[in-house]
Design a protein around this ligand. Structure first.
Ligand code: NAD
Length: 437
């Protein structure tokens, strides 16, 4: 067996299985494996044995002291090895590698309690990373975990202590969840292989700071965050929540080099939820049974699609032709105004919004992970749709699945709704022009 091969193989194996056999450790191994030593003569200087299943190898500070169940050939090899090494310094480390082998301490409770046949498999099929663990990031994390949408959650932020605190706090609730794997780090390596990355990192507006300056600071944040996510999760869908989320989704798309289908802005999914809730309240019907959409900007220029609002296929416009207009005596239009002001109103009272956006993000992550093809109002590249000429990200109802946005529902908009969407697009294009990517 050539030493360089072993040298290459072992660290890889060790990384995968987390195996190191130190002095004083018992190695309890399954499968065919080989043992090499590291001593003062250098790494992997000699092979000391080939062992079959269920062999035990004990070491103390000085040397191998006893071994059980070794086949004869291996026993004599090991004895020969140690007798020829008498007088030399003790081995520092013994590395073991092979198909299916790992080490446990005999005296440790876990080793006595359980006869471990194989290492648990770590599956990354539902791995989700949340970048930014502020109010929004943690609401997303909590909602994703408590609904069992992902069992493999990663938190990333800039502050180690806070990360550790949030991670521990969530981990302590594992009993009530589905034994999720929760990791946290400032190092993006932990996010490797994520299926969905949710970006909620953001900086808050400073005193006297213009919206454009704030936008540039948050765009700079994307320049810092997105390349790491791309590097470690090249096949992920990136879900941009940070505000202004339409412009930042565009920026993330440009930076990432990903197809537009895999960069999604959380967009008006939340506005749509607020809209449905408020209409549902008026009608005394559950929000899920009210079919209504807010499209366009996640913000002041959003568009309420009154023409499509229906319950069980009954269009409210057929009952009230003035619905959503200024002439409507029932003033349904006020609901849209309230939707637009919702974030401001909540922030005025509690400082931030988080629970509803956490739930909204979770519903999108669910559709992506489970490849559900369900329709959400999300921010996507809408150039060419509804007469929009600008290359901008804005929300339209989209089907979401494993590879991100699968399609855009072509709503039949009224001329007023179309115009409002086009106006929203022109404003977005102006904002994008001012950003240095
Ligand atoms: N799209 C929506 O519907 C929606 C709704 C609510 C809030 N938001 C937006 O979400 C963002 C977060 O809001 P919040 O209330 O959680 O803010 P917050 O200040 O509580 O948290 C922001 C977090 O981002 C972290 N962060 C900053 N720079 C970072 C970087 N370079 N790398 C990693 N982490 C970094 C901060 O440490 C902080 O933990 C804001 O932009 C907010 O406007 C969007």
């Amino acid at each position: 067996m050539s030493i360089p091969n072993v040298h290459r193989l072992i660290p890889k194996f060790l990384r995968v299985n987390g195996l190191t056999a130190n002095s004083n450790e018992l190695s309890h191994n399954y499968g065919t494996y080989k043992i090499y030593s590291i001593n003062e003569h250098g790494p992997f200087s000699e092979k000391i044995g080939d062992f079959e299943d269920e062999n035990y190898l004990y070491m103390n500070e000085k040397n191998l002291v006893r071994h059980k169940s070794l086949n004869n050939e291996s026993q004599s090899y090991a004895k020969r090895y140690y007798s020829t090494k008498e007088g030399s310094k003790p081995n520092k480390l013994l590395h073991i590698y092979g198909r299916r082998c790992y080490a446990t301490k005999p005296e440790n409770v876990k080793g006595k309690l359980m006869h471990e046949i194989q290492k648990p498999i770590e599956t990354f099929d539902d791995k989700v990373t949340v970048v930014g663990i502020g109010a929004v990031g943690m609401a997303c994390a909590f909602s994703i975990l408590s609904q069992g949408i992902s069992n493999n959650l990663v938190l990333i932020d800039m502050f180690e202590n806070k990360l550790e605190g949030e991670m521990m706090d969530l981990q302590h609730g594992s009993l009530f969840l589905k034994d999720p794997k929760i990791t946290a780090s400032t190092d993006y390596a932990v996010s490797a292989g994520s299926r969905v990355c949710v970006v909620t990192a953001g900086v808050r507006q400073k005193d006297n700071e213009s919206r454009t300056d704030l936008l540039q600071r948050n765009a700079d944040l994307m320049k810092n965050i997105i390349p790491h996510l791309v590097e470690y999760s090249p096949n992920a869908v990136l879900l941009i929540v940070s505000n202004p989320c339409d412009v930042l989704s565009y920026v993330a798309w440009k930076i990432s080099g990903f197809p537009m289908t895999r960069i999604i802005g959380s967009g008006t999914n939340l506005d749509t939820s607020r809209f449905r809730y408020m209409i549902a309240n008026r009608l005394n019907i559950a929000p899920a049974s009210v079919h209504a959409w807010i499209i366009g900007e996640h913000g002041d220029t959003s568009v309420a699609v009154w023409s499509a609002l229906n319950v069980a296929g009954v269009r409210l416009r057929d009952i009230n032709p003035k619905i959503g207009t200024r002439e409507d005596p029932d003033r349904w239009e006020d609901i849209h105004k309230e939707v637009v002001l919702s974030a401001y109103n909540v922030i005025k009272k509690k400082g931030y919004t988080n629970w509803a956006i956490g739930l909204s993000v979770t519903s999108m992550v669910h559709s992506i992970l489970k490849n559900m093809n369900s329709v959400h109002a999300v921010s996507t590249l809408i150039k060419g749709l509804h007469g929009v000429k600008e290359e901008v990200y804005l929300s339209l109802p989209c089907t979401l699945g494993q590879r991100g946005v699968l399609g855009v529902i072509q709503q039949v908009l009224t001329p007023t709704e179309r115009e409002a969407l086009q106006k929203s697009a022109r404003i977005m294009a102006e904002l994008i022009k001012g950003v240095h990517i």
